[in-house]
Design a protein around this ligand. Structure first.
Ligand SMILES: [Zn+2]
Length: 87
């Protein structure tokens, strides 16, 4: 993928807005994002509750993914850009 994250914006505590290098913007509810956690454990669970969680950190992984730290629950997920750009 030839796009990268230009900016992470948090105007509201429960949402994260991602500004991409091509100008696209995606706005995620953090609880919804956590419910899609792609880690080995969560991806095997059939249903995940959408909670109200906050983002406590966001770290780039190579040039293809973002590691998000949530205020509670699972923070093991590495979110590929392909997922983060889907809305
Ligand atoms: Zn997880």
């Amino acid at each position: 993928m030839n796009v990268f994250i230009r900016d992470l914006v948090q105007k509201e505590p429960l949402y994260l807005e991602i500004v991409w290098s091509d100008g696209k913007k995606t706005r995620w509810h953090l609880g919804r994002l956590q419910s899609l956690c792609p880690c080995a454990r969560c991806s095997r669970l059939p249903h995940r509750e959408v909670k109200e969680v906050f983002c406590q950190g966001a770290y780039p992984v190579g040039n293809y993914a973002l590691h998000l730290i949530f205020s509670e629950g699972c923070s093991q997920g590495i979110y590929p850009y392909t997922l983060l750009r889907k809305l």
